[in-house]
Design a protein around this ligand. Sequence first.
Ligand code: NAD
Length: 352
Amino acid sequence: MRVITEKVGDETITVYIGRGALKELSLEGKKVVIYGSGLTNDVRNYLHGLQPNTLLEIDDGERSKNLQTVLSIIDKLIELNLSRRDTLIAVGGGTVTDVVGFIASIYKRGINLTNVPTTLLGMVDASLGGKNGIDYRGIKNLIGTFYQPKLVLEDLRFLDSLEQKNFRQGLAEVIKYGITLNKRLYDYLSNNSERILQRDEEAVEEIIASSVESKLQIVSSDERERIGIRSVLNFGHTVGHVIESLSGFSIHHGMAVAVGMVCEAEISEELGIGEEGVVEDTEWILSLFGLPLTASELNIKGDPNEISLLLSMDKKGYGDKISLPLPVRIGSWKRVEVEKSWLEKAIFQCLT
Ligand SMILES: NC(=O)c1ccc[n+]([C@@H]2O[C@H](COP(=O)([O-])OP(=O)(O)OC[C@H]3O[C@@H](n4cnc5c(N)ncnc54)[C@H](O)[C@@H]3O)[C@@H](O)[C@H]2O)c1
């Protein structure tokens, strides 16, 4: 079992990673487990190990990240008369931890939160760092808060039931850390792709732990994305969110981010920020794990008006500018500000 702790703001966040990590739960007060409907029956059985007072099922997937889901859960929490000393335990993929994290932050102005991610993407990214959110009017994560789970239990047993496609989607975010922040991780991915794709437990634990460390180090130095450091975690996401929105959220986040990273690496080279080869290195590692490189592989086509509208709602924008984290070379990145109008054209070109 690996244990990673990091101080974020006033909180110390503890993450357990390993087979059987659920047994590390020790909490006082009532425990309400909110889990995603996509969990298979074998996996649901693990939830009893958490000894919950109440188990609540919610729909999962991007379409459940909405206000109706939030309000229906809050109605249940009121019925249960939960106090701020009680705990919500979110069990599911990134969509579940995003919705439950948001609920935990607003119910009685904040109730304890534990995350139990059940997808690779959840383990390496969505369950960590305190960002949560729901989609609104077709805009990804338009409504949300920053709210830290004090405890994150990453039980590798959950990955057993994960489809290979879903596993690969999570690898997109692992690759993101490798390209921008962690050359050691990039090299490990390059040298161990077969083992990782075959889910060799030691290799999978290694890439998860390495990703968790990279993410928490960034979050601890810039929890609320105020000084620009945290923006690195958005690499591939500006274009990725456009792709998700253009598809009406039918394209999975990880797939959209994979293509987004290629586009943004191209933008980096075009602006003279990225050194020659950064696009090739990005494409090579993504293809090693069977991830898409182009919009046509996702059956998506850019629409200039939609791109313009989506960029105008992007949280990283202000005035005519938008800030982008761009790779310089493997393991190194830079934040740049670009004109929105220029970026619209660059994204359109990339998605055509
Ligand atoms: N808050 C953040 O910092 C952050 C970071 C990255 C991504 N995200 C968000 O995360 C979401 C994507 O997360 P995701 O990839 O986990 O998607 P998801 O939650 O939609 O889960 C994907 C699918 O996997 C199924 N599933 C979950 N656990 C399973 C298991 N153990 N076995 C079998 N199937 C299982 C679900 O039912 C679902 O169909 C997006 O909404 C994205 O915006 C948030």
